[in-house]
Write a protein that binds this ligand. Structure first.
Ligand SMILES: Nc1ncnc2c1ncn2[C@@H]1O[C@H](COP(=O)(O)OP(=O)(O)OP(=O)(O)O)[C@@H](O)[C@H]1O
Length: 268
């Protein structure tokens, strides 16, 4: 019996999702439901299949099985409508370095614009809002190639935000961001979710992942655990998947992941 259901409660669903890369199975028969309006972080060790899963959720690459976006198979979405519904920030995402920051962010508005039409007032407003949200507005006239890695990442995040899509997928969005901008990103995700956006992020920063509402813990291409970030079972799964080299602790009403260090032979 199919476990897939019409959209509504579920922003994204998979059934029997399998992916092979270079002839090797990487994702094994994943059946998942990601609820509308919630923030899920996908975590797991290097090579677990996190990026592959995120790409499959976005309809990128070859996959077997089904992926449904808002209850409709990805393949059945008209391209532009799908691009308005699902925004994407990739890992080390390529972007034209000679383009201005403003124009890069405007790329996020392409799915809203008709062919060869000039951007509308709403497009310009969305771009300004997104660039201000990531504190990239002051560089709007500079070219992407003139920015540092973290600055560039904030522009690419602005491009994804400018889509104003109800579903936002991000692969390692915190790459190169300094701690204040990581905190800004966290606030931004909370605002999006409060407005009903569904967010899915692949994160290596486990303390940041613990700030999301749900955790999907992947190991060797399979789901080890899918549950609330605040649940003890999620913390146990995190510690297990990382070979008990981390420990999840509560500090100042937040869950954080700390390295589990061997006791020192000689206290300093
Ligand atoms: N083009 C490819 N051809 C063959 N194998 C690949 C290819 N791309 C990725 N893989 C393999 O697929 C597996 C999953 O890769 P994936 O990038 O999804 O992992 P990940 O969990 O995102 O890892 P990381 O934390 O290191 O980013 C890895 O074992 C990787 O070596």
């Amino acid at each position: 019996m199919s476990t897939l259901q019409a959209g509504g409660a579920w922003a994204l669903q998979t059934q029997g999702l399998s992916v092979s890369l270079g002839g090797r199975p990487v994702l094994h028969d994943l059946t998942l439901r990601l609820a509308t309006g919630r923030w899920t972080s996908i975590v797991g060790p290097n090579g677990a299949g996190k990026s592959t899963l995120l790409r499959a959720l976005a309809g990128m690459g070859e996959a077997r099985g089904q992926v449904l976006l808002q209850g409709r198979a990805l393949a059945h979405w008209p391209g532009r409508e799908r691009a308005r519904t699902l925004a994407w920030l990739g890992q080390n995402q390529a972007a034209p370095t000679e383009m201005s920051v403003y124009d890069v962010a405007m790329l996020g508005r392409l799915p809203h614009q008709s062919w060869l039409a000039a951007p509308s007032a709403h497009d310009h407003a969305a771009v300004e809002q997104a660039l201000r949200r990531t504190q990239a507005w002051d560089w709007r006239a500079r070219s992407l190639g003139q920015l540092s890695g973290g600055e560039r990442q904030r522009v690419l995040l602005a491009r994804a935000l400018a889509v104003q899509a109800p579903v936002l997928l991000m692969d390692e969005p915190l790459a190169n961001l300094d701690p204040p901008h990581q905190t800004d990103w966290l606030h931004c995700m909370r605002e999006l979710v409060a407005r009903g956006t569904t967010v899915v992020s692949v994160l290596h920063e486990i303390s940041m992942a613990l700030q999301s509402q749900d955790l999907l813990v992947l190991a060797q291409g399979r789901v080890l655990h899918h549950g609330r970030s605040a649940d003890a079972a999620s913390h146990a799964a995190l510690e297990q998947v990382f070979d008990h080299r981390i420990q999840v602790r509560a500090i100042d009403d937040q869950w954080v992941a700390l390295p589990r260090l061997a006791p020192r032979a000689h206290p300093s």
